[in-house]
Design a protein around this ligand. Structure first.
Ligand code: 4AD
Ligand code: MG
Length: 478
């Protein structure tokens, strides 16, 4: 279907075969004996070289072939004498689809900073770095679906517009059909949301979990994979206002089963990328090594492929929040007051603490469990001691929290108490509470932040560089 892609061509090339390539020009180089055009159609990190003889085409045509222009090249596949490629195209015909004036086209063949590329998000997929990231992102998304499909899970589509705050953290983007400059008001002067499209206040979802639980309590094993939205301060290298989340939810799974699934799943998708994205990972590994050349040897990070192998080949460390606090309190950086944030039992861990545990103490991914109830969401199942909940966070090197999950509170009375405790109106969650009245069952689930996974696998420092069109404060150009 469609033209032969460069990836296919390089894999199954037959010398002498006629070819037609539709692609963008990466570079053009003219020598005395030939004109070399490097073409890339985004199917692979590799370019194919097309070669014309001097004088074969008029100067006015050759002049229009510049970096960024788009061509159809017809020719014959021949053995390449140059180093770096085994085949090349001997050009017979060229058709120019679109030119790219070098005076104006921002992506010239030189190194551009990631900050600059973020400003031209509409063009950055044409760079080697971003096309590699986007192909890896695709492979990881495909692996997610494959993993769950192969393991008996059903893909459940949960709503984007919802009336609930799944995390109870109040970080929602409002959705309204009302004219907010002149909204309808009730007798007391309050905005009357009964006039709104949905007849009540709605927002963009922060998580598909609550609806996911409804699915699990009918289909046993489901997963969601969709965009989620958080109106939190997302000016960090690990937060976006719009990110994709994968949320499996399983009936009859306790915390231990949940941890086993999370570890198996995340290792599977990383292994999948290692097996299917070798060329792109290789490119990003070299890129990273290049970037780090100026750093002293012991400050450089582990080569990308080695880091990924290390994660898939070793069991994650599992310990409770209480045990982790003990380690942090006794740790050297604490004594020397090297942590910016104070740490004691009851505090929410900051990413410096998480990263200390993972990168300095255990030197591998860590699963922390049984957090204090006060710092976790209302839906998590209370432990017997009443002080902690059956929560689990998976922490990764360089990233911190990559997965957050828990066993869910399945007891109606206890859940209702928690709902009251955090000040949610039970009427707003009647449908959620009802599942604990009718055929309740132990169940568990978690959420994997997809961009944090892509960030880990690609080794990119900033989460804004692993999603095609990042949403962060003041970013919505289009
Ligand atoms: O820990 P969180 O907030 O958990 C939930 O939303 C649960 N409902 C998940 C569940 O149990 N089904 O978010 C889960 C994960 C985090 O571990 C992190 O990887 C990612 O989502 N995440 C973000 N990623 C990018 N930008 C943000 N602003 C994020 N907030 C959370
Ligand atoms: Mg969390």
């Amino acid at each position: 279907m469609g033209p032969v892609q460069i990836k296919q061509l390089l894999q199954s090339a037959e010398i002498g075969q006629p070819v037609e390539i539709k692609a963008w020009v990466r570079t053009k180089r003219e020598s005395k004996n030939a004109i070399f055009i490097a073409l890339n159609d985004g199917s692979t990190i590799h370019n194919i070289q097309a070669v014309a003889e001097p004088g074969q085409f008029s100067d006015s045509i050759i002049r229009l072939i510049t970096t960024g222009s788009c061509l159809k090249v017809t020719g014959i596949l021949v053995e390449s004498l140059g180093s770096g490629q085994s085949v090349e195209v001997k050009i017979q015909e060229i058709h120019i689809y679109g030119t790219a004036d070098p005076e104006q086209y921002p992506l010239q063949p030189k190194k551009h900073s990631l900050e600059f590329l973020r400003e031209i998000a509409h063009l950055r997929p044409r760079t080697n770095t971003f096309s590699a990231i986007l192909r890896i992102r695709h492979a990881l998304a495909f692996a997610v679906h494959k993993y769950y499909n192969d393991n008996g899970f059903f893909y459940l589509h949960t709503p984007i517009i919802t009336a609930s705050d799944a995390e109870g953290a109040g970080e929602m983007f409002r959705v309204t059909s009302l004219d907010m400059e002149n909204p309808p008001r009730d007798e007391s002067g309050q905005i009357d949301y009964k006039e709104d499209f949905f007849g009540r206040e709605t927002n963009l979802t922060v998580s598909g979990q609550l609806e996911g639980e409804l699915g699990a309590l009918a289909l046993s094993k489901i997963y969601t994979f969709g965009p989620t939205f958080r109106a939190e301060n997302s000016n960090t290298t690990r937060h976006l206002a719009e990110f994709w989340m994968i949320e499996p939810e399983m009936a009859f799974f306790e915390l231990e089963d949940n941890m086993n699934l999370a570890e198996d799943f995340v290792k599977y998708v990383i292994r999948y990328a290692l097996e299917h994205c070798a060329d792109d990972l290789d490119f990003l590994e070299k890129r990273q090594a290049d970037e780090e050349k100026s750093k002293p040897q012991n400050d450089r990070s582990m080569p990308l492929s080695e880091k990924l192998r290390f994660v898939v080949d070793n069991p994650f460390e599992r310990l409770t929040y209480t045990e982790a606090i003990d380690i942090l309190v006794r740790s050297k950086p604490h004594k020397e007051k090297k942590f910016q944030y104070h740490v004691e039992w009851g505090v929410d861990l900051q990413s410096e603490h998480e990263r200390y545990l993972v990168e300095k103490h255990f030197k591998k991914p860590v699963i922390l469990t049984n957090y204090p109830r006060a710092i976790k969401s209302f839906y998590m199942k209370l432990d017997e001691d009443g002080k902690t909940v059956r929560a689990m966070d998976v922490l990764f090197p360089g990233i911190g929290e990559i997965i957050g999950g828990s066993q869910r509170e399945d007891n109606y009375d206890k859940l209702l108490e928690r709902v009251h405790e955090i000040g949610i109106e039970p009427e707003n969650l009647w449908w959620y509470l009802e599942t604990r009245k009718f055929g309740t069952a132990p169940h568990s689930g978690f959420g994997l932040g997809f961009e944090r996974l892509v960030q880990f696998v690609t080794g990119m420092g900033n989460i804004r560089d692993v999603i095609p069109f990042p949403r962060y404060p003041k970013s919505a150009e289009f």
